[in-house]
Design a protein. Structure first.
Length: 341
């Protein structure tokens, strides 16, 4: 299969929408990462997503809509007052809400679960594609399963060339981390995957928010993922990744020692202000702070692959605010191999 990488125009969107309606896959930009989309109501098309990604069938997908009135047919009961408040506050945007699903949504989308994850993206190209397709679009990130998520069209081409017919190039993604996933089926919001909509932002609307314990640990034996991004090793570079966290000076000292003792081709992922402390050791920037790290992380992991790094050592940030999302992604990329100093 030949994969076309195309700039977004009205004509290209019309072609992309026709591909979705015919059961094909199209990669497209969102404000978070690039998505790999299929007709969410076509089980056979959805199965092609799993095939193209090499994604396990027990990992549920997110259904994307382009207007609030598209939500009702996909869920079996209307949104709770708390869910409605979150929708009013943060949709369209980088937030996914989990509801009891309707019979319209195939089990292939939900990995056999009786709930469905719904997102109303802010990116105009994503909404335009949904409109052109004339149906909701199921889409995980447009990368090979387990690899760092794509934040540029070039990242998608690297993983999906020859696997899908079309990639829509909308430039770099603004947020850089996948959406916050919130389970709204209980008495209070439960965060299954942190993102740009932070626990503090959810609490400001709902008065409470619980972060699921699995956010910062591997899944237990036999534990099923209830949200995308809960697999134990996810977002991973090709080399082995170790996180070092603690006092900044102690972290730098430990990473320098680990780098100097490493065999193979090591590299350091560091915050901008710490890079000079590593001297002539090979480093990649994670940005100035947690917000910068959210935007830079996946690109840095892919750049490490491009540079042939087979051993990576990364600094950490505090797991609060957007830092919780950063440490969730970094932890899963490292299979939670974390050194405390």
């Amino acid at each position: 299969m030949q994969t076309q990488l195309l700039n977004i125009t009205p004509g290209v969107l019309e072609r992309a929408g026709a591909l979705i309606r015919s059961g094909e896959l199209v990669a497209f930009p969102t404000e978070t990462v690039y998505g790999l989309g299929a007709d969410a109501l076509n089980a056979d098309a959805v199965k092609r997503i799993f095939e193209a990604k090499g994604r396990p069938g027990d990992n549920p997908l997110i259904v994307h809509i382009s207007a609030i009135d598209q939500l009702a047919p996909l869920i079996s009961a209307g949104p709770s007052p708390m869910a409605q408040a979150l929708m009013d506050a943060y949709w369209p945007g980088p937030m996914t809400l989990i509801f009891p699903k309707s019979g319209l949504v195939p089990m292939a989308v939900t990995a056999g679960l009786d709930t469905v994850a719904i997102r109303y993206p802010a990116h105009p190209a994503a909404r335009a594609l949904i409109d052109a397709a004339q149906r909701p679009i199921a889409a995980p990130s447009a990368n090979r399963s387990g690899r760092p998520s794509p934040t540029t069209a070039a990242h998608v081409m690297e993983d999906m060339d020859g696997r899908i017919p079309m990639i829509l190039d909308g430039g770099p993604c603004d947020v850089g981390l996948e959406s916050t996933v919130i389970d709204m089926t209980g008495a209070e919001p439960r965060i299954l995957r942190p993102g740009g909509i932070t626990p503090e932002m959810i609490e400001a609307v709902c008065g409470a928010a619980r972060v699921d314990e699995a956010v910062m640990r591997p899944l237990k034996e036999g534990e099923r993922p209830r949200s995308p991004g809960m697999k134990s090793r996810h977002y991973a570079p090709k080399g082995s990744l170790t996180i070092v966290q603690g006092d900044a000076r102690a972290v730098i000292d430990r990473i320098r020692a680990l780098y100097d003792a490493a065999e193979g081709s090591p590299i350091i992922l560091a915050l901008d202000g710490h890079i000079p402390a590593y001297g002539n050791r090979r480093t990649l920037s994670l940005g100035p702070d947690a917000a910068g790290m959210a935007h830079a992380l996946f690109d840095a992991l892919r750049r490490a692959d491009d540079l042939g790094a087979d051993v990576l050592f990364s600094e950490a940030v505090p797991a609060d605010g957007v830092g919780l999302a950063v440490m969730n992604r970094l932890g899963r990329a490292a299979a939670f191999h974390i050194i405390e100093v």
